[in-house]
Design a protein around this ligand. Structure first.
Ligand SMILES: [Zn+2]
Length: 567
């Protein structure tokens, strides 16, 4: 479907797609929207913006019928930098080796890099993100970049001149890759002090040691004629020679690698985290290098802001407590997770809240879905809903056939603490007719997971296992009358409408009125007191989920037993 016509809503995605088309300048080729990430650890929700931003832009191009791809580059040929907490300290031996050459400490994947790629790949697939993946290990190892490496080496003085312009003081790294580039620039700065004019130390290519596989190499000579590069390794003393035209034993340094890849892949759009968008960052430097050395206009881009999280006190410890996309998908339907990212300007920071906010988020999403069903109400918010709901390759992402408010599902899951089948049965009795559990999925699963894992213990509803004998023995005359009126009128089959009318109506009956009489002020005061009594007797608290839902969920036998059927 074409976008951007007269009166069509527009958003940041529309504008970024326009920029990408402008960058391609009418060239007859597929437009490339790119992301890149180093698979050095779990990809948390903050990093997800890196993947989703080019995804949405590529999707917009697909909608317009413009040939486009989302290219994702895995920087798995980057060095392993440090051993994280929880990993055997002996892994320190691998520091300096490519992430793809470090074994998987958990023994489930071929390498460290693959261990962290796999779960993210699964989560992105579930979110309808279809990317063309590139491994820098494979690219470099297969000699794909040889010409680009030689080009960079021939232009090493030009590259150094650009780097020198931006060389900055030490500062705190804001990300993995910035830490990487600071490591590089610190090496550069130290060498400037110790070894004036030693151009080889700022060589744009770094070999991995042939003997130990680490990048702890120092270049001792380079022959422009033969392209032989000689190095020694500080880890094991190995002295070797690698030929840049015929062998593939290293990589361009990060600040040169990035612009090389933009040019090689003809990247038209690639955003970057705000931390990359500062003067002297690899991004700024790369933008200059891609034009001066690699001869391609810098990609269209913008910096995107931080995404944080809240309400995750019980998050699984496998990721160090930092939620990943897979964690978020346990609680949020895929379109809702997508919506969180697409509905905001990329420069806007936000938190994903796994606490009570989840309930409001679902309500907001359902309301937007109702609005989106009305063509006369199409605006930027509806456009965001559409972008979140379907993709070119996956079509419409899974949503429940019967939409039940998340608060109702989680409330019933909370009260019953039971199986999906039991919850489905209760949901049918509280006014949401459906044929099978499947009609409620995937939302029911997420409501059950959220209730079990994200609702604090203090907010959970714990239904009493036996009647509160003390409280039942000390009922006032009025309280006894309310309870016998309730139990005396409780039908054998509980449905939400009659139960609602009865629960609200008991105080009316007690004052000699009819069930459907309008409540007087006295009745309203009685209702408050009666409801608290019911909560006390059923769940041992002064409040809880909506009483009709609670009563239907508990079923007539448990209600009678806890309210003292003998009364
Ligand atoms: Zn070595």
């Amino acid at each position: 479907m074409a976008r951007g016509g007269q009166g069509e809503p527009t958003d940041w995605v529309t504008r970024a797609a326009d920029d990408a088309i402008r960058h391609a300048a009418g060239a007859d080729r597929v437009i490339t929207c790119s992301s890149g990430a180093s698979p050095s650890g779990p990809v948390h929700l903050g990093n997800l913006r890196e993947f989703l931003t080019p995804h949405f832009v590529a999707e917009e191009l697909h909608r317009r019928g413009v040939p486009a791809r989302h290219l994702h580059v895995w920087d798995d040929f980057d060095r392993f930098r440090k051993v994280p907490a929880g990993v055997d300290p002996s892994w320190a031996d691998h520091i300096g080796r490519p992430l793809s050459a470090v074994p998987d400490p958990w023994d489930c994947h071929a390498s460290w890099a693959e261990h962290f790629k796999a779960p993210l790949r699964d989560a992105l697939h579930a979110m309808g993100v279809d990317m063309e993946e590139v491994s820098q290990t494979e690219r470099y190892g297969a000699g794909v970049y040889r010409e680009q490496v030689l080009l960079a080496v021939r232009h090493r003085d030009d590259i150094d001149a650009v780097l020198a312009k931006y060389r900055t003081k030490k500062r705190e790294p804001a990300s993995e890759q910035e830490a990487e580039e600071l490591t590089e620039s610190v090496v550069e700065d130290e060498d400037v002090d110790s070894e004036a004019g030693a151009g080889l130390e700022r060589f744009p290519f770094k070999p991995y040691c042939r003997q130990c596989g680490r990048d702890t190499t120092h270049i001792t000579s380079f022959d422009d004629e033969t392209t032989d590069l000689a190095y020694t390794c500080t880890s094991d003393g190995f002295a070797g020679v690698t030929n840049l035209a015929t062998q593939d034993e290293g990589k361009l340094v990060w600040k040169v690698d990035w612009p090389m890849r933009w040019a090689f892949e003809q990247v038209d759009f690639e955003p970057a985290g705000m931390d990359h968008a500062t003067p002297g960052s690899s991004f700024t430097v790369g933008h200059e290098l891609v034009e001066t050395v690699f001869g391609m206009p810098r990609p269209a881009w913008f910096g995107y802001a931080f995404v944080g999280f809240a309400g995750v006190q019980k998050m699984s410890s496998s990721t160090g407590g930092v939620p990943t996309a897979a964690d978020a998908l346990r609680v949020l339907e895929a379109p809702i997770l997508r919506w969180l990212y697409v509905r905001r300007q990329p420069k806007q920071a936000f938190n994903i809240d796994f606490g009570p906010e989840v309930v409001r988020l679902y309500d907001e999403w359902d309301a937007l879905g109702r609005k989106a069903a009305d063509p006369s109400k199409r605006d930027a918010a509806v456009l965001a809903f559409e972008r979140a709901s379907e993709t070119a390759s996956a079509g419409r992402l899974p949503t429940p056939r019967v939409v039940v408010p998340f608060r109702t599902l989680s409330s019933v899951a909370d009260v019953t603490a039971g199986s999906a089948a039991l919850i489905s049965q209760v949901i049918g009795h509280v006014g949401h007719a459906h044929e099978s559990v499947d009609d409620l999925e995937p939302r029911l699963d997420k409501a059950m997971a959220w209730t079990a894992e994200f609702v604090p213990e203090s907010d959970r509803t714990i239904v009493r296992t036996s009647p509160d004998k003390d409280r039942l023995a000390s009922l006032s005359a009025q309280e006894s009358k309310w309870l016998s009126l309730l139990l005396g009128n409780l039908p054998a089959e509980l449905d939400v409408e009659p139960v609602t009318s009865l629960v609200y109506g008991v105080p009316k009956l007690a004052r000699g009125q009819d069930l459907d009489d309008a409540p007087t002020d006295e009745v309203k005061a009685d209702q408050k007191e009666f409801f608290r009594l019911l909560y006390n007797l059923l769940v041992g608290k002064d409040r809880g989920p909506r009483l009709p839902t609670l009563i239907v969920a508990l079923g007539v036998d448990r209600v009678r037993s806890l309210l003292g059927s003998a009364a």
